[in-house]
Ligand binder design. Structure first.
Ligand SMILES: Nc1ncnc2c1ncn2[C@@H]1O[C@H](COP(=O)(O)OP(=O)(O)O)[C@@H](O)[C@H]1O
Ligand SMILES: [Mg+2]
Length: 364
């Protein structure tokens, strides 16, 4: 019999690939549990590096630097999903990497991702692969010729690498402009967008936070609100979908599952993020465990905590110049401000977020 994997003891070092705000908040959650954080990122200065015990500055294809990093850590996780496959494979040969190579593989390519969701019996927007202009035309016709979205298959985020199209010519032109393999998706006329942030532990136990209701501005998440205004059976279905995905991928860690609630009341999976997720930031102040601590617990092989919510919450992202409102927000009695330590407030850049808490009655 193989012995059960031992949990990481306090004093161990967790390595994180990526130096952004998600890495920063993971590090800030790991320290109270007694872990040391070692950030691996290409940048000299980063939001995560600022709060980590150790930093390795290296490229994600630098095998020597990755090998040296692995030697200095007890486990590895990541804060972004575009970790190159070769990097993940190299590290996985040396250390435990959670959530792992399989989840990265599925989440990195929108065609693979949507096909995997369908294979799990889950609904998605209608889609077809559009790797070149010719395929884009055929894809547009195959979806019935209605409004659609072209997205690059890989590397898109915050609405980047996306174009709405209304004709086969538009679709072909968009794919030509992106000059990259694309997916064409039918435009879902959704009633609302929700997400479930859920964790699975090494024992297979799943703890899902309540669904949040999300609104976007200029392709970037603007607000996440809990509780979402959902019928109980829709919330239960959202949890069931998240659980199905976590189990199918034999996943360990936190995942974000973005969903559309369509006008018939059905939930469609938009995309998954094999990491902590912006729409789960509300858990930092409204729950007994944040998504960040929950992820560290899973990575370390610790038991998960119940994902119980104690307050209603509205999370607002502070994008670009929004952060200039910091002084007013700091003076709001029910606002919890989280800033990422980025020097320059460029347009579209995530500078921080604020969680506004309300009594759990739902009354404002
Ligand atoms: N098929 C679709 N139908 C309707 N809206 C969509 C569709 N795909 C994306 N969107 C809108 O664009 C946003 C960003 O798209 P998404 O696929 O989540 O990419 P990103 O990786 O940039 O978050 C979604 O949250 C949603 O508001
Ligand atoms: Mg998205």
């Amino acid at each position: 019999m193989t012995p059960a994997p031992q949990p990481l003891a306090p004093g161990a070092t967790i390595g994180i690939l990526g130096g952004g705000q998600l890495g920063r908040m993971l590090a800030l959650a790991a320290v109270p549990l007694g872990f040391h954080i070692h950030i691996y990122a290409p940048e000299a200065e980063s939001p995560a590096g600022e709060v980590a015990a150790r930093i390795t500055r290296g490229a994600y294809d630098d095998a020597a630097a990755l090998t040296a990093f692995a030697a200095e850590v007890d486990a590895v996780t990541y804060e972004f999903e575009n970790v190159p496959a070769a990097c993940a494979a190299l590290l996985a040969g040396l250390r435990q990497v959670r959530p792992g190579v399989k989840a990265l593989d599925v989440a990195q390519d929108r065609v693979t991702e949507k096909s995997a969701m369908r294979a799990m019996g889950l609904g998605t927007a209608p889609f077809a692969k559009a790797d070149d202009a010719g395929e884009a035309r055929a894809a547009f016709e195959s979806l019935g010729g209605g409004a659609a979205i072209v997205k690059t298959r890989r590397m898109g985020y915050d609405g980047k690498g996306q174009a709405r199209v209304a004709s086969a010519d538009d679709a072909a032109a968009a794919v030509a402009r992106f000059a990259a393999p694309c997916i064409l998706e039918g435009l879902v006329s959704f009633e609302r967008e929700i997400s479930v942030v859920a964790a699975r532990g090494i024992d297979g136990r799943i703890e899902a936070f309540e669904p949040a209701e999300n609104t976007h501005k200029d392709g970037i998440l603007h607000r996440s609100v809990v509780p979402a205004q959902l019928k109980p059976q829709v919330a239960a279905e959202a949890w069931r979908i998240a659980g199905t995905i976590l189990e199918a991928l034999d996943y360990v860690g936190v995942m974000g599952v973005e969903l559309f609630l369509d006008r018939d009341g059905a939930l469609l999976v938009n995309e998954i993020a094999p990491r902590v997720h912006n729409s789960g930031h509300w858990t930092m102040d409204a729950c007994a465990v944040s998504q960040f601590e929950q992820h560290i617990r899973a990575v370390a092989g610790w038991p998960l905590k119940p994902a119980v919510r104690f307050a209603d919450c509205e999370m607002e992202n502070l994008i670009g110049d929004d952060v200039l409102r910091w002084a007013g927000i700091a003076a709001e009695p029910n606002a919890c401000l989280h800033l990422y330590g980025k020097a320059e407030a460029r347009p579209g850049r995530k500078m921080g977020h604020v969680n506004r808490l309300f009594p759990p009655s739902g009354r404002r």
